[in-house]
Design a protein around this ligand. Structure first.
Ligand SMILES: C[S@@+](CC[C@H](N)C(=O)[O-])C[C@H]1O[C@@H](n2cnc3c(N)ncnc32)[C@H](O)[C@@H]1O
Length: 458
């Protein structure tokens, strides 16, 4: 198996020399792309493997595609350091670019890998058929063994979680599928089938679990819910996901997804040609792990280990022993405003802007001079105060050395984007209004000469 640097033919150490595409040209192109309509509400997003698995706050594929086509050439390297479900990477692959993604979330890594890795649909179909046969047989002929396995396989806390969120019948069905999956030797087929299994658990409405509103990462247990048969759901979903896999076959680009922290990227300086990413919201507004543990527990992750992991996500609320950064003026002012209303919330916002300072610093380092980073962000409300995330991240980026080319506003299609649930939608305040929008920040890493000129004239 070639390493990711070999497969993508990435330079281990990049270049700090100016890109061939003149900076000025990049600036104009970016400004004109930002000025176009970025809503894409009437556009389909279910082509290729985009709809393989639901994912909160996934952006429409047309958004990264606009910037990939407008700002890079075939063979260029496109990075998403917070890859989520891999929308940027898939669009880069479809456009014949080399795509690279990082995330720390185990489910994001699984889903984005499967969505962007071409692989024999015949092998996947055969393995899926075997899993279904095994699961059906086990449910009828080995029910006692399945029940025993259910009692002994998980630690007590994980077991309690499963008991609470899944009906007894569903527990047996999912376990039968998992045991079938574990027999699949081909690792690509196994990952594909795992992601398929996960996609029947994590759906907007909570899939085969007893949860409602899993899509908004705010699950609550619905006593009255009649979960569907997991075996039939898996079979249906398998057919659908095999169709997406077949569409990936002939695509010209390639992608690599790795576990890595966006605050400390394992890449040399000046290695990538474009970044398109959407960071998490401040203050855990979308709590990925809260939803993702619904399928991760079935793949052997204990609840305690997942809770530990949750603390590492950008936008978490724990601030004990956290190493804060010096903030840019606007970010500092927002943190002070929130802290005056609630010290704990202020510290959480301070943590978020500190983490994002480190991420943006890394983006600046790994980009080639003259190249662009596009950040898609939503703002949050803490103790009634708008965090003005777009304004603050642009301010942080400028302090690091980026040139802020523009901040465009796009209207959210909330049903499709699976955004955090809000109470009191009717309140027509300015902040409420903002929650229906998100912002596309266009940043340019100036060529060194230009940056010096700019400093001399200012
Ligand atoms: C808004 S989502 C990205 C959605 C993505 N644009 C898509 O279309 O699917 C943000 C992602 O950031 C990830 N994340 C959180 N903390 C991270 C960190 N320290 N390093 C890398 N990724 C992180 C989360 O796991 C989540 O997948």
């Amino acid at each position: 198996m070639p390493s990711f640097t070999q497969q993508l033919r990435l330079p281990l150490v990049g270049t700090e020399s100016p890109s061939e595409q003149a900076c000025g040209n990049g600036r104009e192109r970016l400004a004109s792309l930002l000025a176009q309509d970025l809503d894409f509400h009437d556009k389909r997003s279910d082509y290729c493997s985009h709809n393989f698995h639901s994912f909160p706050a996934k952006f429409p594929p047309q958004l990264p595609r606009r910037f990939i086509l407008g700002l890079t050439d075939p063979g260029d390297i496109v990075l998403d350091p917070m890859v989520g479900s891999g929308t940027t990477l898939l669009e880069a692959v479809l456009a014949g670019r080399r795509a690279l993604g990082f995330d720390i979330d185990p489910l994001a890594l699984l889903v984005s890998n499967v969505k962007t890795t071409p692989f024999s649909a015949e092998r996947a179909a055969d393995a899926g058929g075997e899993v279904l046969r095994f699961a059906r047989f086990a449910l009828v002929g080995r029910a006692d063994q399945l029940r025993h396995e259910l009692e002994t396989r998980f630690d007590p806390k994980t077991r309690r979680f499963i008991e609470y969120w899944f009906a007894p019948r569903t527990q047996l069905e999912l376990l039968a599928l998992v045991l079938g999956l574990e027999r699949v030797e081909d690792s690509l087929a196994r990952s594909f089938l795992r992601a398929t299994l996960s996609s029947i658990v994590i759906t907007k409405s909570g899939g085969v679990s007893l949860a409602r509103d899993l899509g908004h990462t705010r699950p609550h247990r619905a006593e009255e819910k009649e979960p569907r048969c997991a075996i039939s759901e898996f079979e249906k979903r398998l057919e659908r996901n095999l169709r997406s896999l077949r569409q990936l076959d002939a695509e010209p680009g390639c992608a690599q997804v790795l576990c890595g922290d966006a605050q400390q990227l394992p890449l040399g300086p000046g290695t990538v040609d474009l970044i398109v990413t959407s960071p998490p919201y401040a203050s855990n507004a979308i709590d990925y792990m809260r939803a993702h543990k619904f399928s991760l527990v079935w793949f052997g992750y204990p609840i305690d280990a997942l809770s530990q992991k949750r603390r590492q996500y950008i936008g978490g609320e724990a601030t004990q022993e956290f190493a804060f950064e010096g903030l840019s003026p606007k970010a500092g002012e927002r943190v002070a405003a929130v802290a005056a209303a609630d010290a704990k919330k202020g510290a959480a916002l301070n943590r978020y802007y500190s983490e994002m300072t480190r991420c943006i610093r890394e983006m600046f380092r790994v980009l080639r001079p003259g190249k662009v980073a596009v950040l898609v962000v939503g703002t949050s409300v803490m103790r009634g105060i708008d965090t003005l995330t777009h304004v603050c991240l642009a301010d942080i980026a400028e302090a690091i050395g980026f040139e802020v080319i523009g901040i465009a506003t796009r209207r959210l299609d909330r049903d499709r984007r699976m955004m955090p649930a809000r109470n009191g939608e009717a309140r027509a305040s300015q902040i409420e209004h903002r929650m229906h929008e998100e912002y596309v920040i266009g940043l340019l890493k100036p060529n060194r000469v230009e940056a010096c000129d700019a400093r001399r004239t200012s």
